[in-house]
Each structure stands twice: as structure tokens, then as C-alpha cells.
Ligand binder design. Structure first.
Ligand SMILES: O=C(O)CCC(=O)C(=O)O
Ligand SMILES: [Fe+2]
Length: 330
């Protein structure tokens, strides 16, 4: 059974040990793009993770989206059913126990994927503000992603706009670009019958598929990572107001593993008072346009090395999706 006797002050986290780089985006503009790029470069090569602070996205915008998702989850099941994720696309609502990152462990979370901002899959009735609140936040996260892509171009010394052009179609639909805003809610585990949540997880171990992920979380709630070179799962902890960035698999392939794709998971927290609270998070998965050829040679100082097989972003991501959704392909 889950250990309920662990005291908070005994719990070390990467935040409490100052083991996650913190990148300050205050006043970030053209002149600071090089500095942010260097810091991201160091974070992606050494850790695969960083916290972004002073990023300019207000708490209110983030909270509005969490509130909207709560409203959605309060709707009758037959209304929610209209917005379910269907095979053939990634947009829509995914209820607990459907996704299984490792193909077997029960996952206790609600997710709602938005791949296209004018999508019919964004509820309008009976939640009139849902689309507006989500679009506002999604546009901010898109702008932040574009800034980060520019910073990465500077750090990797590749031509200006190399990454930005290849990510030009974020949130215009997953038939052209797989970028996704994902709302997540992990239900509280209360009155746990023996065996009910045993062996279950909030989100199974995985690496994200795309270029990088931006993650806002409302509380600690069980997020753990494996830092480079270690198999040990470490609690991340919570830095209020910060947005976490982690590197994805596609970027790792693109950079010939110079940039680390971070294995992570969300476990059911051991402490009673944390487990009995629900947890919200919002992930923005930044992906290149599907047609992008992921050519590591373009990013490598070692132009001699030409033997990599070059796949499109679509081919690489499709393989991962088939693994997660039990072989049902898009
Ligand atoms: O909710 C979280 O903290 C992480 C979610 C996540 O890793 C994912 O959906 O890919
Ligand atoms: Fe993830």
C-alpha cells in the first residue's frame, strides 16, 4: 500500500536542492535572446529540464483555463462524450484509464487536447468562455515557444529562422503540425479502497515526443524525472508561477542527443494531504510542422557525418503515438 506516514520536511525535491536551472525571461527581447539561448543550451545538455520565471504569462490566464477544464469535467457524461478524442486525430477529451504510456499501467487522469484553435472540438455550448480562455493562453504559449526557438537557433549557431520556420504552423491542426495544448486534471485519491489505486499512476513514465514541452502546474502532485545518466526517479517539486520546460525526443534526435529528452512521470503522491488533492497542469507540446525533415546534419558542427537516416517529423511522431494508444493509428 501507499506509505502515508511521510513527513513533508523529509521529502527532498530537485527544487529544494536547487538542482533545476532557473531561466529568467524578464525583459526578454532581441538583445537577451543569446543569453537565454546559452542558458537553455546548458539546461538541455546537462539536465533536460529548466524552470522559466518572469515569463509574462499571468497566473489569471492559467487559472482561467484550469477553471474551464473543471467546468468541462462537471458536465454530464453525454455532453463530454461529444468532445472525446477520436481515432484519426489527437484533439479532444481523454478520460482516465484510456492512455497508457507503458501499455499496461492504469493512468488516473483527465486530459483535453487542443490541436487547432478554431477546432469544432473546442466546446462552445454549454461553456461559452471555454474557447476564449484557452485561445488566449494558447497564443501566449505559442509566442513563448517561438521566442525559445529563436534562442535555440542562437545557441546552436544555425541560421536565423531555421527552427521558427519549421514550427510555423503550431495549433493550425494536427494534420499539418502536432503541437498541442493539453489540459490535465489528476483526480484526488480519497477514501481509497484497498487496491483501488494500487499499481495505478497519474501519468506513466515517458519522454515527450516533440521539440520541447512547456508545463504549468498548480501544485507538486507527484511529478518525477530521471536526470541524464541516472535511472533514479527524483521529485521535481513545485516553484509557484514558474513554467517548466523539458526537452522532447524529436529535438534529441535532431541534435544527435546533445539535447536530452527527459523521462518523466506523475506518481500518486505518498503524502496523504497531497494525494487527497486533485492536481491541475497544462502542457504545451511544441512540435515542428509534420513535413519537416529532421536532419541532424543541419545542426551539427560535424558536417562529415552524413550517415543518419532522415525521417519526417510526422513519421517519427506517428510511431510514438501508435505505441501510446495501443496500436490505433491516426
Ligand atoms: O502533468 C504533468 O505534470 C505532466 C504531464 C505530462 O507529462 C504529459 O502529459 O506528457
Ligand atoms: Fe510528458
Amino acid at each position: 500500500m501507499i506509505n502515508t506516514k511521510i513527513r513533508d520536511d523529509k521529502l527532498q525535491t530537485l527544487v529544494s536542492r536547487s538542482a533545476v536551472p532557473i531561466i529568467d525571461l524578464a525583459h526578454c527581447g532581441k538583445s537577451l535572446v543569446n543569453r537565454v539561448g546559452q542558458q537553455l543550451h546548458k539546461a538541455f545538455t546537462e539536465k533536460g529540464i529548466a524552470f522559466l520565471v518572469n515569463h509574462g504569462i499571468s497566473e489569471e490566464k492559467i487559472k482561467n483555463v484550469w477553471d474551464q477544464f473543471d467546468n468541462f469535467l462537471d458536465l454530464p457524461a453525454e455532453v463530454q462524450d461529444r468532445y472525446r478524442r477520436k481515432d484519426g486525430g489527437n484533439s479532444g477529451y481523454v478520460s482516465p484509464r484510456v492512455e497508457r504510456f507503458d501499455k499496461k499501467t492504469t493512468e488516473l487522469r483527465h486530459a483535453f487536447n487542443i490541436c487547432q484553435l478554431d477546432d469544432r472540438n473546442i466546446p462552445k455550448e454549454p461553456l461559452p468562455d471555454f474557447a476564449d480562455d484557452i485561445t488566449t493562453l494558447a497564443n501566449d504559449l505559442k509566442a513563448m515557444s517561438t521566442y525559445i526557438l529563436k534562442a535555440m537557433e542562437a545557441a546552436l549557431e544555425i541560421p536565423a529562422a531555421y527552427f521558427v520556420d519549421k514550427h510555423s504552423q503550431m495549433l493550425t491542426g494536427d494534420d499539418v503540425n502536432m503541437s498541442t495544448l493539453r489540459m490535465l486534471y489528476y483526480p484526488a485519491i480519497v477514501d481509497d479502497e484497498p487496491g483501488q489505486s494500487e499499481g495505478a499512476i497519474r501519468c506513466g513514465a515517458h519522454v515527450d515526443y516533440g521539440t520541447f514541452t512547456l508545463l504549468a502546474q498548480d501544485s507538486e502532485g507527484g511529478l518525477e524525472v530521471q536526470l541524464p545518466g541516472s535511472e533514479k526517479w527524483e521529485r521535481v517539486g513545485h516553484l509557484p508561477g514558474a513554467i517548466l520546460i523539458n526537452g522532447g525526443e524529436l529535438l534529441s534526435i535532431w541534435t544527435r542527443k546533445r539535447y536530452h529528452a527527459l523521462p518523466h512521470r506523475v506518481v500518486i503522491p505518498e503524502q496523504d494531504h497531497v494525494r487527497t488533492r486533485g492536481r491541475h497542469s497544462i502542457a504545451f507540446f511544441c512540435h515542428p510542422n509534420n513535413s519537416t525533415m529532421i536532419a541532424p546534419n543541419d545542426l551539427s558542427e560535424d558536417a562529415e557525418q552524413t550517415d543518419d537516416k532522415v525521417y519526417s517529423a510526422y513519421e517519427l511522431i506517428q510511431q510514438k503515438f501508435n505505441d501510446t494508444y495501443g496500436g490505433r493509428s491516426k
